[in-house]
Design a protein around this ligand. Structure first.
Ligand code: ZN
Ligand code: ZN
Length: 288
C-alpha cells in the first residue's frame, strides 16, 4: 500500500527516465509513485534542474500521469529548497513564480544551503565530504557547532515557510547535516547542544503541522542510519509528528530501497501509521 515520493529521475542529479521509475515502482509492489527532482534555484547550481529542464520534466511527468490514469497513481512534485531571505534574497518569490506556478501535486521541502562558498554562492551541506570540511573551516572557522545550530535554526524557519506553499508538503531528511558525521567525527549526537537544536526544530515542525520524512538514503551510505536517526524519530512520534517513507532515489532501482527496514524502524519507535498521498492530500494508513 506504500507510495514512494522522493525520487530523482534524470533531470537534475538523478538518473533514469520517468517510465524506468514507474516500472521499478510497480515491480517493487508500490501503490503509488511521486517524482521530486530538485527544483530550479535563482543562482548557478550543478545538481538542480535548470528552468528549461524543469519545463521538460513537468511535461514528461504530466504525460505519464495521462498515460497511466486509472491504472497507477503518479504525482508531480519537486524537492524544494528552503532559501532563507538573508541567503537568497528573492528566492521564495522566484520559487512561486517559476516552480509553484505550474501547479504541483506536492513538494518535499528540504534544507541544503547554509552559508556561502568562496564565490558567494549558497553552500550545500551535502555536496561531498571534502566540501563539508571546507565549509566548516572557511565559513565557521572550524566551529562545527555553529554550522549545525545554523542548520537547525533554518529548519525551524523552513517549517513556518512550508505551510504557506498551498500544496501537500513533507520535510525531507530532517538531520541531513549529519551526512559526513560518520563515526561522529564532527560532533556527538548525544551532546546537549545538539539535542537542544533538534528539539527546537521539532517544536517548530509540530507547530507547523508538517509531516517529516523517514529518508532511507542514509542506510545506503557509510552512515548506515536513516534521516532522521532513531532517537529523533522517537521524539517525533512522542510529539505526534506524522511520517512519510522516502527513498531519495537517484536511480530507478532504489525507488523502494530500505522500505522494509524503514517500516521496522518506525514500528520499533512506536509509529503505527504512515502517510500516503491522495487527491485530498496526505492520509494515514496503518503500518503492517
Ligand atoms: Zn535533499
Ligand atoms: Zn532528494
Amino acid at each position: 500500500m506504500l507510495g514512494s515520493y522522493h525520487n530523482h529521475p534524470g533531470y537534475c542529479d538523478g538518473s533514469g527516465s520517468v517510465e524506468d521509475y514507474i516500472d521499478a515502482a510497480r515491480a517493487a509492489g508500490l501503490a503509488a509513485l511521486g517524482f521530486s527532482s530538485h527544483a530550479p534555484v535563482p543562482f548557478p547550481c550543478d545538481w538542480t534542474m535548470t528552468v528549461e529542464r524543469f519545463e521538460r520534466y513537468v511535461a514528461d511527468v504530466r504525460a505519464a500521469q495521462e498515460a497511466w490514469r486509472g491504472r497507477f497513481p503518479l504525482w508531480l512534485g519537486v524537492e524544494l529548497d528552503y532559501l532563507d531571505p538573508a541567503l537568497v534574497p528573492g528566492g521564495a518569490e522566484f520559487q512561486r513564480r517559476v516552480v509553484l506556478a505550474v501547479g504541483l501535486d506536492y513538494a518535499v521541502t528540504s534544507l541544503h544551503f547554509v552559508g556561502r562558498d568562496p564565490d558567494g554562492r549558497p553552500w550545500a551541506v551535502d555536496e561531498s565530504a571534502e566540501s563539508f570540511a571546507r565549509q566548516v573551516k572557511e565559513v565557521y572557522g572550524g566551529d562545527v557547532r555553529r554550522l549545525v545550530e545554523d542548520y537547525y535554526g533554518l529548519v525551524e524557519r523552513l517549517a513556518g515557510w512550508a505551510g504557506t506553499l498551498g500544496i501537500p508538503v513533507v520535510l525531507g531528511h530532517l538531520d541531513k547535516v549529519k551526512q559526513w558525521n560518520v563515526g561522529e567525527r564532527y560532533f556527538p549526537e548525544r551532546a546537549p547542544w545538539y539535542r537542544e537544536a533538534v528539539e527546537r526544530a521539532l517544536d517548530a515542525i509540530r507547530g507547523a503541522r508538517l509531516p517529516i520524512e523517514l529518508n532511507t538514503s542514509g542506510l545506503r551510505r557509510a552512515l548506515g542510519t536513516p534521516y532522521p536517526g532513531e532517537w529523533i524519530l522517537r521524539r517525533a512520534r512522542e510529539l505526534g509528528i506524522p511520517v512519510v517513507i522516502g527513498a531519495d532515489a537517484h536511480r530507478p532501482e532504489d525507488v523502494a530501497s530500505g522500505f522494509a527496514e524503514a517500516q521496522a524502524i518506525l514500528a520499533s519507535v512506536g509509529y503505527r501509521a504512515v502517510l500516503v498521498l491522495g487527491a485530498d492530500g496526505w492520509r494515514s494508513i496503518a503500518l503492517r
